[in-house]
Design a protein around this ligand. Structure first.
Ligand code: TRP
Ligand code: SF4
Length: 337
């Protein structure tokens, strides 16, 4: 396939549960555009989940299939992007090991997400070697495909910065440019708010999941918070602070969105009608997704085959980079003789 850009895009998602509308309108919409224009590798970062879920690994295995079904149903296309599971491409682990030799401990210890998560987690023991190495594993994930652009959220920027520093150190130590310094490609666009008005997130228990039935989604939307200042039907509302309006901006035709904006501010429309109207448009935008999802659920073999093929493709590229890295480090061994 010919792509306008030869540059490589890599992104991973940790399998820690089902995907929700935030993933659909945030991440997956963006991936769908990128796959048309770039050489894309999208993978399930199961080893990254293992750094925190090592004591209960069942959730990881179950989420892998669920997540990839969501990707495919959302239009991530295995003919346009390489889809795989991280642990099926063990080359990532060898690069992680090699890079670990040149990574100063202090660089890992000062990563903000490391400090925060370790303090927050009183239940799990995160004082592990694996968890400290989380961003280094992420560095290997992107370096092994010589990725240039990494579509991630704001919370991942420090990890990409670290990747750049490690790759720069590699270049300096071994006088080579074989590994590319990646850049974070910030996923912009509307923040998707959950039923309680906070950012939609599994940890807040405020999600509408992609696997929710039409009925379940309907119930959740009817219970959604709107403009908290709008107590009675006759009170004017402020769409700018209302999560429902945020969704209208994503799925409702522009002319109607403007009417809703005015109608809300003048109290001409009520929240119940506004939500019902939203559900009509939301269901229309999700119809194709839901149909595809149902079909894939019944036929997981299709998903496994796509992942197997993706791992093979990824492995080939990863192995080639590893050969270059070993050689740059003077570690080819006798096998190449
Ligand atoms: N750390 C990322 C997250 O939590 C997931 C991830 C792992 C990733 N490896 C990656 C993202 C490589 C981009 C590139 O969201
Ligand atoms: Fe939100 Fe619509 Fe109610 Fe306005 S009318 S507060 S946009 S749900």
């Amino acid at each position: 396939m010919t792509k306008p850009h030869k540059e490589v895009v890599v992104s991973g998602m940790r399998p820690t549960g089902k995907l929700h509308l935030g993933h659909f309108f945030g991440v997956l919409k963006n991936w769908r555009e990128l796959q048309k224009n770039y050489i894309c590798y999208f993978f399930v970062a199961d080893w990254h989940s293992l750094t925190t879920e090592y004591a209960q690994t069942e959730v990881i295995q179950k989420s892998i299939t669920d997540i990839v079904i969501d990707w495919l149903a959302a239009g991530i296309n295995p003919d346009q992007a390489v889809l795989f599971v991280q642990s099926q491409v063990p080359e990532h682990a060898e690069l992680h090991l090699l890079l670990s030799m040149i990574t100063p401990l202090s660089w890992l210890e000062r990563v903000p997400s490391y400090k925060e998560l370790k303090q927050e987690n009183k239940i799990k023991d995160l004082s592990t070697y694996g968890f400290l190495g989380y961003p280094l594993l992420q560095t290997s994930d992107v370096a092994i495909y010589k990725a240039k652009h990494i579509p991630v959220g704001q919370d991942q920027v420090a990890h990409i910065e670290l990747a750049r520093e490690i790759i720069r150190r590699f270049a300096h130590l071994y006088s080579t440019n074989i590994l590319l310094e990646p850049r974070a490609l910030l996923t912009q666009g509307a923040k998707i708010l959950g039923t309680d008005g906070r950012k939609m997130s599994k940890s807040y228990d405020n999600c509408v999941y992609l696997s929710d039935s039409v009925e379940t989604a309907h119930k959740k939307f009817m219970a959604y918070i709107t403009d908290p200042q709008r107590m009675r039907r006759q009170d004017p509302g402020n769409p700018d602070v209302c999560p429902i309006y945020g969704f209208h901006q994503l799925v409702t035709p522009l002319g109607q969105v403007e009417e809703i904006n005015k109608g809300c501010r003048s109290a001409a429309i009520g929240c119940v009608d506004c939500k019902k109207n939203l559900l009509t448009h939301l269901n229309a935008s999700l119809e194709e997704f839901r149909d595809k999802r149902k079909a894939l659920e019944k036929n997981p073999k299709v998903v496994y085959d796509i992942l197997k093929e993706g791992s093979l493709k990824a492995s080939k590229v990863a192995a080639a980079t590893l050969r270059e890295v070993r050689s740059a480090m003077g570690m080819e061994g006798y096998a190449s003789k």
